[in-house]
Design a protein around this ligand. Structure first.
Ligand SMILES: [Zn+2]
Length: 807
């Protein structure tokens, strides 16, 4: 107990020290967004996304799970628990989003819906405050609690409950959900916090999130224990005292303060780093700074895609090595982009530097916004930077999906999009920071006065910004206007991405800031901000002009996937080329350094989109032709899906012809329609005749077909032709990922059957089993309209095909 008191008083003292210097965000409730870019997205989020997410939570049993837990507690019959252990968090996240929507737009019906939902949540809470429906509904009992934190998500769900509760309380003034959350938080304190818990448990949360939530709760309750527990959870991470570490997947591989690189699951990591900055900001202590700064540099200088997305790999939903940034297989979960945005906002609040806001802006406009369709009811879980138009890369869908079994991303969008206004301005000592350019009306309480700022702009499509300042009385202070890094030849901190300056001769133009039409050339600058200090009075006007020319970007040559390639940017937007704007294919295009790029405003896929018209080249099997194709903002891709989902897409395009992939000539196989007895959700049977040659049987860079998870069975895949074909040979490139721990191997045997009338007749031949090459077979010529490849799978092994040719 002594230790706890000592710690508490140290923190309280640090808090008092920090109070005078902290930078505080201006809450989104004080910033009314009125623009043509974000306002429609926020409105669609309110009208479509939030109701769609609630409907999905109803239909999938996520909300009934609370009734299941309540029934188990009451000893009455109720529904059975359905779904995943973390599903409670989806309901909480939509409630959080709904609360934000309520604070911007009163809605009696939504308010009443939340009330009945909260009553059902209350009924599912155990008498001591525990609230985790899978455990309560299944009557797991006290002994089963907190046992498997790495995977169980008990504290993760608690975190989202708390965030929803604080949002609901702030939006409605009601304490119904807040009281539930406080009881759960107090149980966590009594379970984990040394000095309070009689036998404190030694685990750390598996999936972070609770730490951010506890800091947020502390701001409302003032409870020191809530803040102390957040800090305790942070400092216990990587501390092996009394427990076994769970490794770098959960950032639990080394003591947190000694960590210097971004590792593991990207959403967990992003929430962890956000909480570190939160605790540092609120306590004023510098304990976390060295780790935070190093991990942030490691991320933005070596592990971030140009869209601001993080977590390059699917296998760990997380970070790879430095510069390991693939495009087509890039994972870049929507939740990770949101976590990255939150983290960078906190890094700014901690430092007052504009560099994290540059990253925040990049992430918001690209890797986060791509996660939701313009219609508001279709989502991406991964946000890759290239698409082959075939692979079901989006958790089983080639294109956007209405929902996912693990639905963290849609509900995260639902709660994040309405809160964006809270990142536009911040206040520090004698300073108002103008961070984001979004047309809006803000009323900012500031050092005893109220300062209104009316921002007028068509950003991010146009670079002109006007801010009309309306202090309640004249007052001297500084308005720090962020000059985006991209306008200062510094698109990102570090050198991971830079503007092409060689043969392309890049001229980005100059930015200009003026007060009451008097340009300041140059204004005093600090950390990327133009510092405008004066005695501000009503109707003073700041104008900012940013250069909106198209920028050709290249990446550090250590990023193998981007070598010899260029990406196009304009303002904060990264651009992408989609097949629908490029004559049906993208992989065969070239953007030479001398290619002319014009800008045209188009109304597809959204109104008023500045579209780039690129006079480039197309490489074909028999030569090169000049062609003009369009690029649209990356975040807007996949809003015009065709019957098969989306087509090809690329952000990084070849600068030279040798990197283009000409469309191969049609073959007998490519003319066939394909049908398989089974195809794994993430694969596609269209892979087998796409004419893309694998580099090995373990090649994961091209589309594939597998029968996963089926094992030991007899499976088939068929080609059918509209006209009879005569064949005397076939070759199969088998997929085999056993070398990297996968479950697909060569089959036990295979053979071909040809259709004769209504019957299938086996083709006599010797069928070789070969790895890392085409397994070829020859046979007596046959004429048929369909060919069947039959594979007998090994016991315990599945199988797959990368390519299947016939001749
Ligand atoms: Zn997610």
């Amino acid at each position: 107990m002594l230790l706890a008191i000592a710690l508490a008083s140290t923190l309280a003292a640090a808090s008092a020290d920090a109070a005078g210097t902290a930078i505080e965000p201006v809450p989104f409730t004080a910033v009314k967004i009125t623009d043509a870019f974000w306002a429609p997205r926020i409105e669609t989020n309110r009208r479509v996304t939030i109701p769609a997410c609630f409907r999905q939570c109803e239909e999938t049993g996520r909300i009934a799970n609370f009734d299941a837990a309540a029934a188990a507690l009451a000893g009455t019959p109720g529904p059975a628990f359905k779904g995943n252990c973390y599903d409670d968090s989806d309901v909480y996240k939509v409630i959080e989003g709904a609360a934000y929507a309520l604070s911007q737009h009163p809605d009696r019906e939504l308010d009443a819906y939340l009330d009945q939902l909260i009553a059902r949540i209350a009924a599912a809470q155990e008498p001591d405050g525990y609230l985790y429906t899978i455990a309560t509904a299944n009557k797991r009992g006290m002994d089963a609690r907190w046992k498997d934190e790495r995977w169980s998500h008990e504290t993760y769900c608690a975190g989202h409950l708390i965030e929803a509760a604080v949002a609901h309380h702030q939006a409605t003034g009601k304490r119904t959900l807040l009281d539930i959350a406080v009881r759960f938080a107090d149980l966590l304190v009594a379970t984990y916090l040394p000095g309070v818990a009689s036998a404190p448990r030694s685990e750390v949360p598996g999936h972070q999130g609770i730490e951010i939530a506890l800091v947020r709760l502390h701001r409302v309750t003032g409870s020191q224990a809530h803040l102390d527990l957040a800090r305790h959870f942070l400092l216990r991470r990587g501390d092996a005292t009394g427990r076994e570490l769970s490794g770098d997947y959960c950032q639990d591989h080394a003591p947190l303060l000694e960590q210097r690189t971004a590792v593991g699951h990207a959403v967990r990591a992003g929430y962890l780093y956000t909480a570190m900055a939160d605790v540092a900001a609120i306590t004023g202590e510098s304990t976390f700074d060295a780790a935070l700064e190093a991990i942030w540099r490691d991320t933005v200088e070596t592990k971030m895609h140009i869209t601001g997305g993080i977590g390059a790999h699917a296998h760990n939903e997380g970070f790879g090595e430095a510069y390991d940034l693939p495009n087509e297989s890039a994972y870049l979960e929507t939740c990770a982009a949101i976590a990255h945005a939150l983290w960078n906002h906190r890094m700014f609040l901690r430092s007052g530097s504009s560099a994290p806001i540059d990253i925040l802006e990049r992430t918001l406009h690209n890797g986060m916004l791509s996660g939701v369709s313009l219609s508001g009811d279709r989502f991406f879980y991964p946000n890759p930077l290239a698409c082959d138009g075939m692979r079901r890369f989006n958790h089983g869908t080639n294109g956007r999906a209405a929902w996912f079994g693990c639905a963290c991303c849609p509900v995260n969008i639902a709660r994040f999009v309405p809160s964006i206004g809270g990142m536009v301005y911040a206040t520090g000592p004698s300073t108002i920071y103008a961070n984001l350019f979004i047309q809006s009306e803000a009323t900012i309480p500031f050092e005893g006065v109220s300062v209104g700022i009316d921002q007028t702009t068509a950003y991010p499509y146009d670079g002109r910004v006007e801010m009309r300042i309306r202090p309640s009385e004249p007052r001297e202070f500084t308005i720090a206007v962020r000059i985006p890094g991209w306008a200062r030849s510094r698109p990102v901190p570090g050198d991971l991405y830079r503007t092409v300056t060689s043969a392309g001769v890049q001229v980005t133009g100059m930015w200009v800031v003026a007060v009451n039409d008097q340009p300041l050339v140059p204004p005093p600058m600090r950390d990327g901000y133009a510092l405008l200090t004066r005695r501000w009075k009503a109707d003073d006007r700041i104008t900012l002009a940013l250069p909106m020319s198209v920028r050709r970007m290249e990446s550090d040559s250590r990023v193998v996937a981007n070598r010899g390639r260029v990406a196009l940017e304009r303002g904060p937007l990264v651009y992408a080329v989609e097949a629908v704007d490029a004559g049906g294919s993208v992989r065969d295009l070239v953007v030479p350094d001398a290619a002319r790029i014009a800008i045209e405003t188009r109304d597809a896929p959204a109104p008023g989109v500045p579209t780039l018209l690129i006079s480039g080249e197309r490489v074909e099997a028999d030569g090169v032709s000049e062609t003009t194709f369009a690029a649209i903002p990356y975040a807007l891709w996949a809003n015009r899906p065709g019957p098969q989902g989306v087509g090809e897409m690329a952000v990084w395009l070849p600068r030279t012809r040798d990197l283009a992939e000409p469309k191969p000539a049609p073959t007998v196989a490519s003319e066939a329609t394909v049908r398989a007895s089974h195809t794994w959700d993430s694969d596609t049977e269209l892979a087998v005749n796409d004419r893309r040659v694998p580099s090995s049987s373990a090649d994961t860079t091209i589309p594939r077909h597998t029968f996963w998870p089926r094992t030991g069975s007899v499976e088939t895949i068929e080609y059918a032709w509209s006209e009879p074909v005569t064949l005397d040979g076939a070759s199969v490139y088998f997929f085999d990922d056993t070398a990297v721990g996968g479950g697909c191997a060569l089959p036990a045997s295979w053979r071909l059957l040809a259709k004769r009338g209504d019957a299938w007749v086996a083709i006599e031949a010797t069928y070789p089993l070969e790895r890392d090459r085409m397994a070829a077979v020859r046979f007596t010529p046959i004429t048929t309209t369909a060919l069947k490849l039959e594979m007998v799978l090994d016991e315990g092994r599945s199988a797959g095909i990368l390519e299947w040719t016939v001749e």
